[in-house]
Design a protein around this ligand. Structure first.
Ligand code: GRG
Length: 292
């Protein structure tokens, strides 16, 4: 199967699983579910669940991974809803559609984010078929990655850096936490649930650390080079929010070189897995070339 066909197939599995886990609750008529559903099914690229599933597959068992992969996508979706709020980045458009708070109001958007964060943990606890020990370890990894030691910590660096010139070390720390933490969690949890050894899990963490930074470098480049039609969100928002980015710090040419270097480093960490890791290597290249 060629890469794009396999990628599509994995996205479909993630979408079907998300639909299943989002299944209507008893009180599903409540409007909170409309707000949660709106963002969970509004055209996300599904990179994190696909990465999680592909890492599980690499180590032989992709059967049990979907509740975890979907939990990570729910947390990612909540972070985007909150990131767009007026008290954060104050964005009106995401994935080509009005942001959650524009449609449902600010208070409901906060609750929709909170609802998705909780649903992530409910999903794992209600649907995991992995052993209790593996399930608990995966939940620990996900909780830590999403929290103040991970994604939220990165968001705090971002908030406190607004309007200031920050140095390269602070910028990289922000990206590794804000964007990288969930991407690393997806890879680590995939390897763990898929049957990888401790060393495999460390290798996947290293791979995803490079991949996460490359992902963010590409995001910063697209913020300058793309258009609102292609990206589905405002471009130039980093500049208007007076944010230091890889591009403001290093310029476009150097940023493109860094993107290539980080992507190559990610691919190199997979060398020992040979052709078994072909999909993950292609995924890294796909993310390098993506246009949205
Ligand atoms: C608890 C108030 C509160 C906030 C939560 C907002 C937040 C913490 C964290 C921000 C996380 C964030 C927005 C990180 C940026 C990562 C990034 C590049 C997101 C875009 O990811 P894609 O391109 O998105 O995979 P799609 O739309 O494809 O799902």
């Amino acid at each position: 199967m060629d890469f794009l066909t396999e990628f599509e197939a994995k996205i479909n599995v993630a979408n079907q699983s998300l639909q299943k886990y989002f299944a209507k609750k008893e009180n599903h008529q409540m409007s909170i579910y409309d707000a949660m559903e709106y963002s969970l099914f509004s055209g996300g690229k599904r990179i994190r669940p696909v990465l999680c599933a592909a890492c599980a597959e690499l180590f032989g068992n992709a059967e049990d991974v979907m509740p975890f992969a979907c939990a990570i996508e729910m947390i990612h979706t909540y972070s985007l809803i909150h990131d767009d709020l007026p008290c954060m980045d104050d964005d009106d458009l995401r994935r080509g559609k009005p942001t959650n708070h524009i449609v449902y109001g600010e208070a409901m958007a906060v609750l929709a984010g909170d609802g998705l964060l909780n649903l992530a943990f409910e999903t794992v606890l209600n649907h995991s078929k992995a052993s209790p020990a593996l399930t608990l370890e995966a939940l620990r990894i996900i909780g830590e990655a999403a929290g103040a030691e991970g994604m939220i910590g990165g968001q705090v660096i971002d908030l406190e850096s607004e309007g200031k010139a920050i140095d390269a070390v602070t910028l990289m720390a922000m990206h590794v936490h804000k964007t990288g933490a969930l991407i690393m969690a997806a890879a680590k949890v995939g390897a763990l649930i898929g049957g990888g050894t401790k060393e495999d899990i460390l290798n996947m963490e290293k791979f995803a650390r490079y991949l996460g930074v490359a992902f963010q470098i590409k995001d910063d480049i697209l913020d300058v080079e793309s258009s609102v039609e292609v990206l589905g969100k405002p471009i130039g928002s980093d500049q208007s929010n007076e944010k230091t980015t890889i591009v403001t710090l290093y310029g476009l040419e150097q940023s493109r070189k860094m993107l290539e270097d980080y992507t190559n480093n990610a691919i190199e960490t997979l060398e020992e897995y040979g052709d078994r890791a072909a999909f993950l290597k292609e995924l890294a290249l796909f993310l390098l070339r993506r246009d949205r």
